[in-house]
Design a protein around this ligand. Sequence first.
Ligand code: FAD
Length: 467
Amino acid sequence: MTNVLTVAADEKFDAEARLLIIGAGAAGLCAALAAKEAGIDPVLIERDAVPAGSTALSAGLIPAAGTRFQRAKGIADDPQLFAADIQRKAHGEGDPAVVDAVARGSGPLVEWLADRYGLPFDVVDNFNYPGHSALRMHGLPTRTGLELINALRNAAEQCDIIILPERVAERLLADHDGRILGVEVVCGDGTRERIGCATLILACNGYGGNPDLVRRFIPDMATALYFGHPGNRGDAVLWGEALGAQLAHLSGYQGHGSVATPHNILISWAAMMQGGIQVNSEGRRFCDESRGYSEQATDVLRQPGGIAWDVFDARIAAVARQFEDFREAERAGAVLTGTTIEELADKMRVPATVFAAEWADVERLKAANAQDRFGRRFIAGQSCVPPFHAIKVTGALFHTQGGLAIDGSGRVKRKDGSLFPNLFAAGGAAAGVSGGQAAGYLSGNGLLTATVLGRLAGQAAAAQLTD
Ligand SMILES: Cc1cc2nc3c(=O)[nH]c(=O)nc-3n(C[C@H](O)[C@H](O)[C@H](O)COP(=O)(O)OP(=O)(O)OC[C@H]3O[C@@H](n4cnc5c(N)ncnc54)[C@H](O)[C@@H]3O)c2cc1C
């Protein structure tokens, strides 16, 4: 069955909404809140009974520059610095207009959610992620995406925004020029509905949950654990292909090299950034852990058995413990403890002599503020003392970064660069700002483009409808 159906301009629908949004994750809900504020009643179509998406699985950290939360802690930052960090990590591959829009919109986004909808953000100030030249990760108290999505959904409910649950958008209905006229949805009971719209926002994330598309665009991760929402099946890309939309950075993705196995719990990269290291099952280090967790996914998967060990101490565990996920890993028994490196090696079942030599080498480098053989610079003051901890981890695919090419307000581009008249995309449905490689992903690019572009797309769609 074709996934974009050409229909006549006077097609009759079962229901009508001026603004339809597909997907009620962070992108869809931010778009809906922004549109509602601008006087448009949006309707969201959501596959699940209760909206969750990958947003609920995330740590819920949104990078934002120049916020009052940063100023209160004396952190100097601005959108230009942030945009430069994004492009440095993305090797300059991010679309400058989109990078500029998200960097400039990030501070206002976080303050908007805090001030208008009461989300209690603060800025994480006890560790930084690779590639950020200022402390700018803003999170909610539990540091979970579940708290974020629940807060966004509550805000939408308070504003009487309609979310149609248990409905999968299956086909777009468009005229000959690519103007979207409506969406065909399949309801939970198998019945079909056609909902007409004047404007459509795609907020249905990427293709991590579609093994065929992962194999096609990201073969390196074809057999890796997919840790995102399984309902994100690449519909935006498939619709875009059929409509003649421009697609960009399809090989880009957010990977992660630190998912506790077999427990499947995210272990924060704080463990590495505070002076922890990874060793393989032979007790050897294998790369510079401070480059970023995204590129680390394939490095871990290349090790014997596709696993590695995060190794750190009690000081680092205390920093990681701010994340509910880390506390869950402790409860699940994923965190091993040893009073000496040899005792820990025994519990990890790695060769104690090799591991102890690696560990001693790292501690020497820390004391000397020196660089290792992989290019990692260790820092004095991050020395580790007993007791030591280790967690067995693997590499995973978190979400895809490729998608529909958009302008700075989320409007979708045709192959020739012109804009579709009434089609927007935000979050994982749109091409991100990380370029075409896992290494291009700067921490937080996912929720950054979901929340900021969601808001911008909602505002622009509403402006179009009220013109
Ligand atoms: C474990 C993990 C940790 C992460 N941590 C962070 C972090 O701390 N910071 C950060 O910036 N990013 C993080 N990310 C990435 C981040 O979660 C995503 O980039 C972000 O949530 C994407 O938001 P979204 O609204 O585009 O998609 P989602 O939140 O996935 O929402 C998409 C919604 O669309 C629905 N949907 C899909 N297709 C259809 C359809 N055809 N019809 C109807 N509904 C449909 C889905 O059910 C879903 O509810 C993490 C990801 C993972 C997996």
